[in-house]
Design a binder for this molecule. Sequence first.
Ligand code: 3PG
Length: 223
Amino acid sequence: MSADLSRAAERRAKLVSLFARAPVVPVVTIANVAQAVPLARALTRGGLAAIEITLRTPAALDAAVAIRAEVPEAIVGIGTVLTPDDLARAVEIGAAFALSPGATPDLLEAARDLDLPFAPGVQTASEIMACLQRGFDIVKFFPAAPAGGISALRALSGPFPDVRFCPTGGVSEKDATDWLAQPNVIAVGGSWVAPSADLASCAWDRIEARARSAAQLMKENGR
Ligand code: 3PG
Protein backbone atom coordinates (compact mmCIF):
# COMPACT_ATOMS: atom_id res chain seq x y z
CA MET A 1 0.00 0.00 0.00
CA SER A 2 1.39 3.44 -0.87
CA ALA A 3 2.01 5.94 1.94
CA ASP A 4 -0.91 8.09 0.70
CA LEU A 5 -3.29 5.16 0.67
CA SER A 6 -2.35 3.97 4.10
CA ARG A 7 -2.68 7.50 5.45
CA ALA A 8 -6.16 7.75 3.91
CA ALA A 9 -7.09 4.36 5.36
CA GLU A 10 -5.92 5.40 8.80
CA ARG A 11 -7.78 8.69 8.65
CA ARG A 12 -10.91 6.87 7.58
CA ALA A 13 -10.60 4.22 10.29
CA LYS A 14 -10.28 6.93 12.93
CA LEU A 15 -13.40 8.66 11.66
CA VAL A 16 -15.34 5.37 11.63
CA SER A 17 -14.37 4.59 15.20
CA LEU A 18 -15.08 8.14 16.34
CA PHE A 19 -18.58 8.13 14.87
CA ALA A 20 -19.24 4.61 16.23
CA ARG A 21 -18.49 5.93 19.68
CA ALA A 22 -20.24 9.26 19.16
CA PRO A 23 -23.00 9.06 16.54
CA VAL A 24 -24.55 12.36 17.65
CA VAL A 25 -22.22 15.33 17.27
CA PRO A 26 -23.36 18.56 18.90
CA VAL A 27 -22.43 21.52 16.71
CA VAL A 28 -21.50 24.42 18.96
CA THR A 29 -20.68 28.05 18.34
CA ILE A 30 -18.83 29.40 21.34
CA ALA A 31 -18.94 33.17 21.75
CA ASN A 32 -16.91 33.32 24.93
CA VAL A 33 -14.08 31.02 25.95
CA ALA A 34 -15.48 30.88 29.49
CA GLN A 35 -18.40 28.86 28.10
CA ALA A 36 -16.18 26.11 26.73
CA VAL A 37 -15.38 23.94 29.72
CA PRO A 38 -18.82 24.00 31.39
CA LEU A 39 -20.35 23.24 28.00
CA ALA A 40 -18.07 20.26 27.37
CA ARG A 41 -18.70 18.97 30.90
CA ALA A 42 -22.47 19.20 30.39
CA LEU A 43 -22.26 17.34 27.08
CA THR A 44 -20.00 14.57 28.32
CA ARG A 45 -21.97 14.16 31.55
CA GLY A 46 -25.04 13.73 29.37
CA GLY A 47 -23.29 10.98 27.41
CA LEU A 48 -22.14 12.75 24.23
CA ALA A 49 -18.39 12.56 23.78
CA ALA A 50 -17.79 14.36 20.49
CA ILE A 51 -18.12 18.11 20.04
CA GLU A 52 -17.86 20.07 16.81
CA ILE A 53 -16.65 23.58 17.60
CA THR A 54 -17.42 25.84 14.67
CA LEU A 55 -14.77 28.29 13.53
CA ARG A 56 -17.31 31.09 13.52
CA THR A 57 -16.15 33.10 16.49
CA PRO A 58 -12.78 34.49 17.59
CA ALA A 59 -13.08 32.33 20.73
CA ALA A 60 -13.41 29.02 18.86
CA LEU A 61 -9.80 27.84 18.89
CA ASP A 62 -9.10 28.92 22.46
CA ALA A 63 -12.31 27.16 23.46
CA ALA A 64 -11.09 23.96 21.79
CA VAL A 65 -7.74 24.23 23.58
CA ALA A 66 -9.44 24.78 26.94
CA ILE A 67 -11.70 21.76 26.49
CA ARG A 68 -8.79 19.56 25.46
CA ALA A 69 -6.89 20.61 28.54
CA GLU A 70 -9.68 20.37 31.07
CA VAL A 71 -12.19 17.84 29.77
CA PRO A 72 -10.06 14.96 28.49
CA GLU A 73 -13.09 12.71 28.01
CA ALA A 74 -14.40 15.06 25.29
CA ILE A 75 -13.51 14.36 21.65
CA VAL A 76 -12.88 17.80 20.23
CA GLY A 77 -13.49 18.43 16.53
CA ILE A 78 -13.34 21.62 14.52
CA GLY A 79 -16.16 22.60 12.17
CA THR A 80 -16.80 25.31 9.60
CA VAL A 81 -13.39 24.54 8.12
CA LEU A 82 -13.34 26.66 4.96
CA THR A 83 -9.67 26.87 3.97
CA PRO A 84 -6.42 24.90 4.20
CA ASP A 85 -5.36 27.38 6.91
CA ASP A 86 -8.38 26.40 8.97
CA LEU A 87 -7.31 22.77 8.65
CA ALA A 88 -3.80 23.67 9.76
CA ARG A 89 -5.23 25.44 12.80
CA ALA A 90 -7.29 22.36 13.67
CA VAL A 91 -4.13 20.24 13.54
CA GLU A 92 -2.21 22.77 15.60
CA ILE A 93 -4.65 22.66 18.51
CA GLY A 94 -4.75 18.85 18.40
CA ALA A 95 -8.30 18.44 17.11
CA ALA A 96 -9.48 14.83 16.87
CA PHE A 97 -11.41 15.50 13.67
CA ALA A 98 -12.55 18.27 11.35
CA LEU A 99 -15.60 18.92 9.21
CA SER A 100 -16.36 21.35 6.44
CA PRO A 101 -19.64 22.55 4.99
CA GLY A 102 -18.06 22.16 1.54
CA ALA A 103 -15.47 20.41 -0.56
CA THR A 104 -13.28 22.78 -2.54
CA PRO A 105 -10.36 21.23 -4.45
CA ASP A 106 -7.90 23.22 -2.26
CA LEU A 107 -9.36 21.90 0.93
CA LEU A 108 -9.47 18.30 -0.28
CA GLU A 109 -5.88 18.46 -1.48
CA ALA A 110 -4.72 19.92 1.83
CA ALA A 111 -6.67 17.36 3.85
CA ARG A 112 -5.13 14.56 1.82
CA ASP A 113 -1.71 15.51 3.13
CA LEU A 114 -2.75 15.38 6.79
CA ASP A 115 -3.40 12.66 9.35
CA LEU A 116 -6.38 14.58 10.72
CA PRO A 117 -9.66 12.70 10.15
CA PHE A 118 -11.70 15.00 7.91
CA ALA A 119 -15.23 14.92 6.53
CA PRO A 120 -15.80 17.35 3.65
CA GLY A 121 -19.29 18.70 3.04
CA VAL A 122 -21.46 17.72 0.07
CA GLN A 123 -24.89 18.32 -1.27
CA THR A 124 -24.69 17.06 -4.86
CA ALA A 125 -23.53 14.03 -6.81
CA SER A 126 -20.72 16.03 -8.39
CA GLU A 127 -19.41 17.09 -4.99
CA ILE A 128 -19.48 13.49 -3.80
CA MET A 129 -17.56 12.47 -6.92
CA ALA A 130 -14.91 15.13 -6.24
CA CYS A 131 -14.52 13.77 -2.70
CA LEU A 132 -14.31 10.16 -3.86
CA GLN A 133 -11.69 11.10 -6.41
CA ARG A 134 -9.48 12.25 -3.55
CA GLY A 135 -10.23 9.35 -1.25
CA PHE A 136 -12.92 10.83 1.00
CA ASP A 137 -15.92 8.55 1.27
CA ILE A 138 -17.21 9.74 4.65
CA VAL A 139 -18.77 13.14 4.12
CA LYS A 140 -20.96 15.68 5.80
CA PHE A 141 -24.35 16.15 4.10
CA PHE A 142 -24.98 19.86 4.46
CA PRO A 143 -27.40 21.51 4.82
CA ALA A 144 -29.20 18.20 5.26
CA ALA A 145 -32.84 19.23 5.59
CA PRO A 146 -32.96 22.06 3.03
CA ALA A 147 -30.90 19.93 0.60
CA GLY A 148 -33.69 17.37 0.37
CA GLY A 149 -33.69 15.54 3.68
CA ILE A 150 -33.82 11.79 4.03
CA SER A 151 -35.29 11.24 0.57
CA ALA A 152 -32.28 12.99 -1.03
CA LEU A 153 -29.92 10.86 1.01
CA ARG A 154 -31.74 7.69 -0.05
CA ALA A 155 -31.50 8.76 -3.68
CA LEU A 156 -27.74 9.38 -3.33
CA SER A 157 -27.23 5.87 -1.98
CA GLY A 158 -28.11 4.51 -5.47
CA PRO A 159 -25.03 5.78 -7.35
CA PHE A 160 -22.90 5.96 -4.18
CA PRO A 161 -23.67 2.83 -2.13
CA ASP A 162 -20.40 2.94 -0.20
CA VAL A 163 -20.44 6.59 0.80
CA ARG A 164 -21.31 7.29 4.44
CA PHE A 165 -22.89 10.58 5.42
CA CYS A 166 -23.06 12.75 8.51
CA PRO A 167 -26.20 14.85 7.92
CA THR A 168 -26.08 18.25 9.58
CA GLY A 169 -28.18 21.36 9.15
CA GLY A 170 -31.84 21.15 10.12
CA VAL A 171 -31.50 17.84 11.99
CA SER A 172 -33.50 17.95 15.21
CA GLU A 173 -34.03 15.89 18.31
CA LYS A 174 -37.29 14.70 16.75
CA ASP A 175 -35.83 13.32 13.55
CA ALA A 176 -32.24 12.42 14.55
CA THR A 177 -33.18 8.75 14.94
CA ASP A 178 -34.90 8.71 11.52
CA TRP A 179 -31.68 9.98 9.99
CA LEU A 180 -29.59 7.48 11.93
CA ALA A 181 -31.82 4.64 10.80
CA GLN A 182 -30.62 5.19 7.21
CA PRO A 183 -27.99 2.60 6.30
CA ASN A 184 -25.74 5.22 4.71
CA VAL A 185 -25.77 7.51 7.76
CA ILE A 186 -22.75 7.14 10.03
CA ALA A 187 -23.57 9.98 12.45
CA VAL A 188 -25.70 13.12 12.72
CA GLY A 189 -24.74 16.62 13.76
CA GLY A 190 -26.76 19.55 14.96
CA SER A 191 -26.98 22.56 17.19
CA TRP A 192 -30.17 21.44 18.91
CA VAL A 193 -28.30 19.91 21.86
CA ALA A 194 -26.43 23.10 22.74
CA PRO A 195 -27.99 26.11 21.02
CA SER A 196 -26.19 29.43 21.34
CA ALA A 197 -28.99 30.89 23.48
CA ASP A 198 -28.39 28.19 26.11
CA LEU A 199 -24.66 28.88 26.07
CA ALA A 200 -25.28 32.59 26.50
CA SER A 201 -27.51 31.97 29.51
CA CYS A 202 -25.19 29.28 30.97
CA ALA A 203 -28.06 26.75 30.86
CA TRP A 204 -25.70 23.83 31.46
CA ASP A 205 -28.39 21.65 33.05
CA ARG A 206 -30.64 22.08 30.05
CA ILE A 207 -27.78 21.18 27.70
CA GLU A 208 -26.90 18.15 29.80
CA ALA A 209 -30.53 17.01 29.76
CA ARG A 210 -30.71 17.31 25.97
CA ALA A 211 -27.40 15.46 25.61
CA ARG A 212 -28.71 12.72 27.87
CA SER A 213 -31.90 12.33 25.91
CA ALA A 214 -29.96 12.23 22.61
CA ALA A 215 -27.60 9.60 24.04
CA GLN A 216 -30.58 7.61 25.31
CA LEU A 217 -32.35 7.72 21.93
CA MET A 218 -29.19 6.41 20.29
CA LYS A 219 -29.01 3.53 22.72
CA GLU A 220 -32.64 2.63 22.19
CA ASN A 221 -31.97 2.58 18.48
CA GLY A 222 -28.99 0.28 18.75
CA ARG A 223 -26.32 2.90 18.11
C1 3PG B 1 -24.33 24.47 11.15
O1 3PG B 1 -23.37 24.47 10.41
O2 3PG B 1 -24.84 25.49 11.61
C2 3PG B 1 -24.77 23.13 11.56
O3 3PG B 1 -24.98 22.38 10.46
C3 3PG B 1 -25.90 23.12 12.50
O4 3PG B 1 -27.10 23.24 11.86
P1 3PG B 1 -28.41 23.30 12.74
O5 3PG B 1 -28.32 24.57 13.55
O6 3PG B 1 -29.54 23.34 11.75
O7 3PG B 1 -28.43 22.08 13.60
